[in-house]
Ligand binder design. Structure first.
Ligand SMILES: Cc1cc2nc3c(=O)[nH]c(=O)nc-3n(C[C@H](O)[C@H](O)[C@H](O)COP(=O)(O)OP(=O)(O)OC[C@H]3O[C@@H](n4cnc5c(N)ncnc54)[C@H](O)[C@@H]3O)c2cc1C
Length: 536
C-alpha cells in the first residue's frame, strides 16, 4: 500500500471544492442559457454534480480507517478525472478557464496513479453497517445464496419464470413490507432504518440475481409510495396490508408505445361510467404484468389532451393472474365486455419477471380504485412521481448488488487464471481495474446509504435521481470490466458475468432513461436550486 498523506481527507475535500466550483459554473451557465438549448452541457453537469456529491458524501466514510481513506481518495480522484474529460475543450460552455481544475491536479496525480490503484486491488473496504443492518444483510444474503443463486442462471438462459416459492420466501421474511408503515401491516417504523433496511436488502437480493429476486420488491414499493402520497385512508387500509403480505402483487403500467420518457403525454383513457371507469389503451413494458394481481395504471381522466399531465389519474386495476407466455382475459360488467391482452416482450437480460405490452379495451375499474378517489383526479402524474422517487433509490441499490457480484466474479477469475505464466491478478493493469471497480462499488454503496438517510428526513428527492443516474451508469462500466477480465469466457453464457453484463444494461433505461433523468429532473432541479440561492 502506498504511503498516504496525513491530510488526505483535507486534500480530498479541497480538490472537491475545485471540482464543485466548475460544476457550479456549469449550472450557472445552464441557468442563464437554458437547459434545452444546451443538452450536452446539462447532461454532463448532471453526471458530474452527482459524482462530486457522491465523493463529498464519502469523506465521512474516509474518516473511519486507512482503507476507507484510500477508497475515498481513489473515488474522488476518479470523479475529478471524469469531470476533466467532460470539460476538456468545452471550457467556454462550462464558463471556466482552461486551467479551472489545476488546483486538483496534484491530488488526482497521487490518488489516480497506477501504483496507488494497483495497491488497492484487494481492498474492498468495510460497509460500516450497524449490528441491526448487518443482520438484515446476513438474512437476505443467506436467502439469495440459498434460493436465488442456484436458479439465476436457469431463469436467465431459459427465460423462465420466478418460482412462487421465491415470492413466498421473501414474503415470509417481510421483504414486501419493509417500506410499508407498521399501522398498515408492514415493518416500517418511520425512521431512517426503514430506508437503509430496504437498500441493504435490495443490494443483497440483486447480488444474487437482479431478475429473479432483486427487483421483486420494487413494484410494491412504487405502489405503496403512490398510495401513501395520494390514497384515501380506506385505500391505504385496503391495499397496503395486502402488498405487505404479498396477498396482492402489482405491476406498473405507465409507459405506452408512444410515451415513455414523456409520461405527461400518455394516451390511455379512463372514462367515467356508473360505478367506476372503463379503461381503453395500450401500455407497454409492464414488468410482471402476467403474474400481477393488479396494475398500477396511469390513464387520462380528462379527455382534453391539452390538460397534459394534469389530466392524468392513477388506478389500481384488478386482473387475473395470466400465463407468462401471454394472456387474454375478458370480463363482463354492467357496461359491456372488457378485454385485456398481454404479449411478452423478449429481452436480452433482466429475465424472470417478463415485461408485456398490454392492450385494454373497455376494462372496468370500480370508482374506489382511483387513487385518492375524487380528490385524486388529475393527480396521477404526481402520485407516480412520488412512487418513483423511492424506486430510484432502490434501483441504485439494485445496481450496487449487480456490481458487487461482478466484482466478486472478476476477482475470483483473476486469481485463478494464469496467462503468460502468471495469474492475471498479479498484473498491474488487472489490479488497477479491480481497484477502480471496488472503489466504484463502495462509493456507490455509501452514496446509497447517504441518500437513504436524507429520504428518511423527507429530503433527498434530487439526490435520489442523482444516485440513480450515477450508480446505474457505473454498473454498466463495472460489469463491462468484469466481463473483460474473464477474456473469452466472459462472453460465455455459462459464466455468471455474462448475465450481469446484460442485466446491468437495463438500469440506465428504465425508471427514467438516463438522459431524460439528467435533463428533465437533475439539471432542472440543480438550476432551480441555483436560482433560489441567487434569489432569482
Ligand atoms: C426491461 C424493461 C422493463 C420496464 N418495466 C417497466 C414497467 O414495469 N412499467 C412501465 O411503465 N415501464 C417500464 N419500462 C419502460 C421504461 O420506463 C421506458 O423504456 C423508459 O421510460 C424510456 O422510455 P422509452 O422506452 O419510450 O424511450 P424514449 O422516451 O423513446 O427515449 C428514447 C431515447 O431518447 C432519449 N430522450 C428522451 N427524451 C429526450 C430529450 N428530451 N432529449 C434528449 N434525449 C431524450 C431517452 O433518454 C432515450 O435514450 C421498462 C423498460 C424496460 C426496458
Amino acid at each position: 500500500m502506498a504511503e498516504l498523506s496525513d491530510d488526505l481527507l483535507t486534500d480530498a475535500s479541497a480538490a472537491l471544492d475545485v471540482a464543485q466550483a466548475v460544476v457550479d459554473s456549469g449550472i450557472a451557465r445552464l441557468a442563464h442559457d437554458g437547459i434545452d438549448n444546451n443538452q450536452v452541457l446539462a447532461y454532463d453537469v448532471a453526471h458530474a454534480a452527482s459524482g462530486v456529491m457522491a465523493a463529498r458524501g464519502l469523506l465521512g466514510y474516509g474518516n473511519k480507517g486507512k482503507d476507507e481513506a484510500s477508497i475515498t481518495a481513489a473515488f474522488t480522484a476518479d470523479v475529478i478525472a471524469d469531470l476533466a474529460f467532460k470539460l476538456y475543450g468545452r471550457e467556454t460552455e462550462w464558463g471556466v478557464a482552461g486551467n479551472a481544475l489545476d488546483g486538483a491536479r496534484n491530488f488526482v496525480s497521487v490518488y489516480r496513479s497506477p501504483e496507488f490503484l494497483a495497491s488497492l486491488a484487494a481492498v474492498q473496504g468495510p460497509k460500516h453497517l450497524t449490528e441491526d443492518f448487518e443482520m438484515v444483510q446476513d438474512t437476505f444474503r443467506r436467502f439469495a445464496e440459498e434460493k436465488l443463486v442456484p436458479i439465476a442462471e436457469h431463469i436467465h438462459r431459459e427465460n423462465s419464470d420466478i418460482p412462487e416459492e421465491i415470492i413466498e420466501g421473501l414474503a415470509e421474511m417481510g421483504a414486501f413490507g419493509l417500506s410499508i408503515p407498521e399501522e398498515y401491516g408492514g415493518f416500517a417504523s418511520g425512521d431512517e432504518s426503514d430506508y437503509i433496511a430496504m437498500v441493504v436488502a435490495t443490494e443483497e437480493l440483486s447480488r444474487g440475481s437482479l431478475g429473479a429476486g432483486g427487483s421483486l420488491i420494487t413494484r410494491p414499493e412504487i405502489l405503496a409510495r403512490a398510495l401513501e402520497a395520494g390514497g384515501t385512508e380506506a385505500q391505504k387500509q385496503e391495499w397496503l396490508p395486502k402488498l405487505a403480505t404479498v396477498e396482492v402483487m402489482n405491476a406498473v403500467a405507465v409507459t405506452e408505445p408512444d410515451f415513455g420518457s414523456d409520461v405527461a403525454g400518455v394516451k390511455a383513457t379512463a372514462t367515467e361510467v356508473d360505478g367506476g371507469y372503463v379503461i381503453n389503451g395500450v401500455k407497454t413494458w409492464c414488468t410482471f404484468g402476467a403474474r400481477a394481481d393488479v396494475l398500477m395504471l396511469l390513464a387520462r381522466t380528462d379527455p382534453d389532451r391539452n390538460a397534459g399531465h394534469k389530466g392524468l389519474s392513477m388506478f389500481i386495476v384488478p386482473k387475473e393472474r395470466g400465463d407468462a407466455h401471454g394472456f387474454a382475459f375478458t370480463a363482463e360488467h354492467a357496461h359491456g365486455t372488457g378485454k385485456m391482452e398481454g404479449r411478452p416482450i423478449d429481452t436480452i437480460g433482466y429475465r424472470g419477471m417478463h415485461s408485456y405490452e398490454i392492450a385494454l379495451e373497455n376494462w372496468f375499474v370500480p370508482a374506489g380504485n382511483l387513487i385518492g378517489e375524487e380528490d385524486g383526479k388529475g393527480k396521477g402524474f404526481y402520485y407516480q412521481m412520488a412512487g418513483f422517487e423511492n424506486g430510484r433509490l432502490q434501483t441504485a441499490a439494485r445496481a450496487v448488488g449487480v456490481m458487487q457480484s461482478a466484482l466478486e466474479e472478476a476477482t475470483a477469475y483473476a486469481e485463478n487464471r494464469s496467462v503468460f505464466g502468471q495469474n492475471i491478478s498479479e498484473y498491474q493493469l488487472t489490479q488497477a481495474k479491480l481497484a477502480r471497480m471496488a472503489v466504484t462499488v463502495q462509493g456507490s454503496r455509501q452514496f446509497s446509504y447517504e441518500v437513504a438517510r436524507m429520504m428518511a428526513k423527507g429530503e433527498g428527492m434530487l439526490e435520489a435521481s442523482m444516485i440513480k443516474a450515477y450508480v446505474c451508469k457505473a454498473a454498466e462500466w463495472v460489469t463491462r470490466e468484469a466481463m473483460q477480465i474473464h477474456g473469452g469466457m466472459g462472453y460465455a453464457e455459462e459464466y455468471t458475468v455474462s448475465r450481469l453484463f446484460v442485466d446491468a444494461r437495463v438500469l440506465s433505461i428504465f425508471e427514467g432513461a438516463d438522459e431524460t433523468l439528467c435533463l428533465k429532473v437533475i439539471a432542472r432541479q440543480l438550476v432551480a436550486r441555483h436560482n433560489s440561492r441567487q434569489g432569482a
